[in-house]
Write a protein that binds this ligand. Structure first.
Ligand SMILES: C[S@@+](CC[C@H](N)C(=O)[O-])C[C@H]1O[C@@H](n2cnc3c(N)ncnc32)[C@H](O)[C@@H]1O
Length: 179
């Protein structure tokens, strides 16, 4: 995966919430940075780390507005090999910063571009704004990843309604992975 086997994959979870994706990455051996605006959800994340028996693996947990965090990371020169973004349609940063996906997705993706390592492994983006399409989400991610060799797949995240075997759409998703 990395040029040198002892190098850890640097994984960034933006809008990380209760941290399930972060914990999977941690367990898989990644160096994890987990960002969310809400102290309460970050505490749930730490609790989940404890009950998952993963406290011996350090995780960088940061309470911040995602855009401000990324701007700081760009200045610090920090880079990531894998990034997951699961933004809400509408949200608030810790200091009341407004997050609106339809207005701020371009800014989010342009900052993400600047914190990617030379050889990123994957970038995943979801959107609960299901009034826009998976295709448009995919095109936005593809455009952001145009300088890297890889491919973008799109789809919908669904819950299966067991009684009549229909999928209930919850979110759109776009996945870029290195080739
Ligand atoms: C849709 S949830 C993420 C769900 C999570 N990834 C999961 O799989 O359970 C959105 C999260 O974004 C956070 N959030 C909202 N606005 C934010 C902002 N401006 N900066 C950072 N986090 C924000 C919320 O606190 C919330 O935890």
């Amino acid at each position: 995966m990395k040029d040198h086997p002892s190098q850890k994959v640097k994984f960034l979870n933006l809008f990380g919430y209760t941290g399930v994706a972060s914990l999977f990455a941690l367990r898989a051996g990644a160096e994890v940075t987990h960002v969310d605006a809400s102290k309460q959800t970050l505490n749930w994340g730490k609790e989940n780390q404890k009950v998952s028996g993963l406290t011996d693996l350090p995780m960088r947990v940061i309470e911040d507005d995602v855009i401000k965090f990324l701007e700081r990371e760009v200045k610090r020169g920090n880079k990531y090999d894998a990034i997951i973004m699961d933004p809400p349609k509408y949200g608030r940063g810790p200091k009341g910063e407004t997050w609106k996906i339809e207005e701020m997705l371009p800014k989010l993706l342009s900052q993400v571009q600047k914190v990617l390592s030379d050889k990123p492994l994957f970038v995943i983006l979801t959107s609960y704004a299901t009034d826009s399409s998976p295709l448009s989400l995919g095109y936005a991610l593809e455009q952001a990843m145009k300088n890297f060799r890889g491919e973008t797949e799109v789809g919908e995240l669904c819950l299966l309604e067991k009684s009549n075997k229909r999928n209930i759409s919850l979110a759109n998703t776009a996945v870029w992975s290195a080739k």
